[in-house]
Write a protein that binds this ligand. Structure first.
Ligand code: NAD
Ligand code: GLY
Length: 354
C-alpha cells in the first residue's frame, strides 16, 4: 500500500491501494484509534449506485451504525440548498459530535460533505473516499471544503481536514473517459508545477499502468504545499495554476465545461501569458498543449477575453486590488505573480488571444 502523510495542523494519512474500498470501515476505525461510532455516508446518485452498498456493508461489518444519503450528481448541485439537505440528513440521523461524515464520490461530494462535516455541530469527524482521479490527486487532500454561490466557485466554505483519505484506484475503472481526463489535467498540473518527470510520464501512453504511483506522486506534491501553507496564504497558491481563468471558463459555460477540462485550458492560457510577459519560451505552452491533447483534453475555450475577465474579477483569488496568477517559467517550475486588477483586461487578452 502507498501511504502519504499530510503534515497539516491535524495530520492524517492518504492511503492508496487497489481494492481498499472494501475495507473502508476498518480503515476509519483504525484512524479513530480502534473506535466505532455512527457513520453518515454522503455520496451522489451515480456513485451510490456503483459503490454505496459495498461501502455501507464494510462500515456495518466493522461495527459502525451507518446511514447513507445521495445527492444528485454534478457541479450544478454544489450549492447552499444541497449542503442544507446534507445538514438536515445528519440531524435526522441523530449524528452527534463523536460521529463521522464519510464523503464517497468525486470533488463535488467531497467539498460539500466536508463543509457539512465542518459546520454541523461546529465540526464532526470526516473521512474522504474519493472516487474520481481528480478527487484522489487533489480535492480530497488539504482540507478545502465548500460550495458555490451564483457569484462564483467555492465562495463559501471552511478549511477542515479529514481524519483519513482512502483512495482505491479500482474505482477509476467505472469513470467515463472525460471524467478520468479531468484528473489527468490536475495531474499534468503537478508536472508543470514541479515535476518534469511526472509531466513526461503523463505525455506518454503507459501511465495508466502506473496509476497508484501517479496518484501517490501527486498527493505527495500537494501534501508538501499543504504542510508549508495550510491556510493558502503563500506557496499553496501555486496549486491554482490554470485556475484563475479556469474558474472563469467553468462559470462562463454554466458548468457544462468540467473543472478539470477548464483547468486544462487555463494552463494553456497561463503559459501563453507567461510567454508574452517574457517569462518563458513558446515551447512551454506547446509542450503543455501536447500533453493535454495526448490525453484528449482541450487547449482552448469559446469565450473571449472580456467574458473571462469579468468572471475572473469575481474569483476569490482576488485580494483587494491584486489578483494572483501562477505562471510557468519552465516545465517543472512555476512562480506566483501578483498583478494589479486594473491590468486584468490586458493580461487576459494576452493570455487568451492567439
Ligand atoms: P464530480 O464530483 O462532479 O464527479 C464527476 C462525475 O463523475 C460525477 O457525475 C460523479 O457522479 C461521477 N463519478 C464519480 N466517481 C465515479 C466513479 N468511480 N465511477 C463513475 N462515475 C463516477 O467532479 P470531480 O471532477 O471529481 O470534482 C470537481 C470538483 O472538485 C469541483 O467542484 C472543484 O471545484 C472541486 N475541487 C476541489 C478541490 C479542493 O481542494 N477542495 C480541488 C480541485 C477541485
Ligand atoms: N486545489 C487547490 C488547493 O487545494 O489549494
Amino acid at each position: 500500500m502507498n501511504s502519504v502523510h499530510v503534515a497539516a495542523g491535524k495530520p492524517y494519512e492518504v492511503l492508496i491501494e487497489r481494492g481498499l474500498i472494501a475495507r473502508s470501515g476498518e480503515t476509519l476505525k483504525a484512524a479513530l484509534g480502534n473506535r466505532t461510532c455512527a457513520a453518515a455516508i454522503l455520496t451522489d446518485d451515480t456513485v451510490d449506485a456503483l459503490y454505496g452498498e459495498a461501502v455501507e456493508a464494510s462500515f456495518a461489518r466493522s461495527g459502525f451504525r451507518v446511514c447513507r444519503f445521495a445527492i444528485p450528481h454534478g457541479e450544478t448541485h454544489k450549492n447552499i440548498a444541497t449542503w442544507a439537505q446534507m445538514l438536515d440528513f445528519l440531524a435526522d440521523g441523530h449524528i452527534t459530535r463523536t460521529d463521522a461524515v464519510v464523503a464517497l464520490g468525486g470533488g463535488v461530494v467531497g467539498d460539500m460533505a466536508g463543509f457539512a462535516a465542518a459546520s454541523y455541530l461546529r465540526g464532526v469527524g470526516f473521512m474522504q473516499i474519493p472516487t474520481t482521479l481528480l478527487a484522489m490527486v487533489d480535492s480530497s487532500v488539504g482540507g478545502k471544503t465548500g460550495v458555490n454561490l451564483s457569484a462564483g466557485k467555492n465562495q463559501v466554505g471552511a478549511f477542515y481536514q479529514p481524519v483519513v483519505v482512502l483512495c482505491d484506484p479500482d474505482t477509476l475503472q467505472t469513470l467515463p473517459p472525460d471524467t478520468l481526463a479531468d484528473g489527468v489535467a490536475e495531474s499534468i498540473k503537478y508536472g508543470v508545477l514541479g515535476d518534469a518527470a511526472l509531466f513526461e510520464l503523463l505525455c506518454g501512453a503507459k501511465w495508466q499502468g502506473e496509476m497508484e504511483r501517479v496518484i501517490a506522486t501527486c498527493v505527495a506534491a500537494k501534501a508538501k504545499l499543504v504542510a508549508e501553507d495550510e491556510r493558502d496564504t503563500g506557496s499553496r497558491q501555486l496549486l491554482n495554476l490554470g485556475h484563475t481563468l479556469g474558474h472563469g471558463i467553468e462559470k462562463c459555460s454554466h458548468f457544462s465545461i468540467s473543472h478539470g477540462h477548464a483547468v486544462a485550458v487555463g494552463m494553456v492560457y497561463a503559459a501563453r501569458l507567461a510567454q508574452r510577459l517574457g517569462l518563458c519560451g513558446a515551447d512551454v505552452r506547446e509542450r503543455i498543449e501536447e500533453a493535454l491533447k495526448a490525453n484528449n483534453l482541450p487547449v482552448s475555450a469559446p469565450y473571449d477575453a472580456e467574458a473571462l475577465c469579468s468572471a475572473a474579477l469575481s474569483d476569490k483569488k482576488r485580494a483587494g486590488g491584486q489578483i494572483v496568477f501562477v505562471l510557468p517559467h519552465a516545465i517543472g517550475a512555476c512562480e506566483l505573480h501578483r498583478m494589479d486588477v486594473a491590468d486584468l483586461p490586458r493580461l487576459v487578452r494576452l493570455a487568451v488571444e492567439e
